[in-house]
Ligand binder design. Structure first.
Ligand SMILES: [Zn+2]
Length: 70
């Protein structure tokens, strides 16, 4: 199942962030833009659920209902 992404929002540090609006999934995709030690642009994605970082880079995690402990 495909994620139902919200509008992207721009963070003050230049990252952009979107959230899956499907109830129970609500995964957050953060597109990170960094300058590495050699002055090169670095671009990668982080995936979050709540305050937990579940993945860095790679393929988009599947859209699924996940029980998040309160
Ligand atoms: Zn989703």
């Amino acid at each position: 199942m495909k994620h139902s992404w919200s509008e992207k929002t721009r963070q003050p540090n230049g990252d952009s962030r979107k959230i899956c609006t499907r109830e129970g999934c609500e995964i957050v995709c953060v597109s990170c833009h960094r300058i590495d030690d050699h002055g090169r642009q670095d671009h990668f994605r982080e995936w979050w659920r709540g305050s937990e970082k579940i993945q860095i880079g790679g393929n988009t995690p599947v859209c699924e209902v996940v029980e998040v402990p309160a």
